[in-house]
Design a protein around this ligand. Sequence first.
Ligand SMILES: Nc1ncnc2c1ncn2[C@@H]1O[C@H](COP(=O)(O)OP(=O)(O)O)[C@@H](O)[C@H]1O
Ligand SMILES: [Mg+2]
Length: 272
Amino acid sequence: MAQVVVVTSGKGGVGKTTSSAAFATGLAQRGKKTVVIDFDVGLRNLDLIMGVERRVVFDIVNVISGEARLNQALIRDKRVETLSILPASQTRDKDALTKEGVQGIIEELSKDFDYILCDSPAGIEKGALLALYFADQAIVVTNPEVSSVRDSDRILGVLQSRSKRAEEKREPVKEHLLVTRFDPVRVERGEMLKLEDIREILSIPLLGVIPESESVLKASNTGTPVIMDGESTAGQAYADAVSRFLGEEKPHRFIEAEKKGIFKRLFGGRAA
Ligand SMILES: Nc1ncnc2c1ncn2[C@@H]1O[C@H](COP(=O)(O)OP(=O)(O)O)[C@@H](O)[C@H]1O
Ligand SMILES: [Mg+2]
């Protein structure tokens, strides 16, 4: 049986799709058969970040409406053998997704895959609710700012009340906190929330902290999930987070501002 993992947040633009692509790739690199589904019908970003946009023929809506079989819509990644992508459509409206349709897709994928990652759209409307409904685990993506933390808190409430597990009164969805776009220098200056504050408000286990990094944009421009960039801090932080997800212990990195040299500390800022 596959584990269904939703990557969610409530708020838009916090790094869900970036994280979905990185996590799916990371799990697949560890030999787990992984499929990542783009639930963001209308926006369709995941295929771009995964670098497969030119190979999209059919999408999740075509499968649900019976115009294509699941096998026709799945795209096998060319870099990582155990990785597949189910794209969203760009044109169709969001109502094309139905609970029964999604259930059928997840049941069929469960036969072949170890992990089914669901890249959620923003908000707590239909698309986001469907993305989280079948989840066994949730990666809650949060930026170190008040509005993002508040929306994540709200989505935690939704996971606990409106997921299938909650409806059936089964063991709750296992929640993981992934803090992204973390900039220790700005945190130190008081411009961003501290890690401790985020953890205290949301009080779910911390899976990882992904630093703000230019390599994320570069990676998405070239259609290469940033986890494949082993040189970048963001790539390394995602790889650590995948390890933790699979049960390994890893210390958190990139969470402290680099200590300035003694001269900068003594004279920095005060020089003419
Ligand atoms: N760690 C990061 N460092 C810098 N930019 C990031 C980082 N994570 C995400 N971004 C940028 O933030 C924007 C939103 O990311 P995206 O993954 O599309 O968010 P969402 O799916 O939540 O809307 C993109 O431009 C992306 O390149
Ligand atoms: Mg997205």
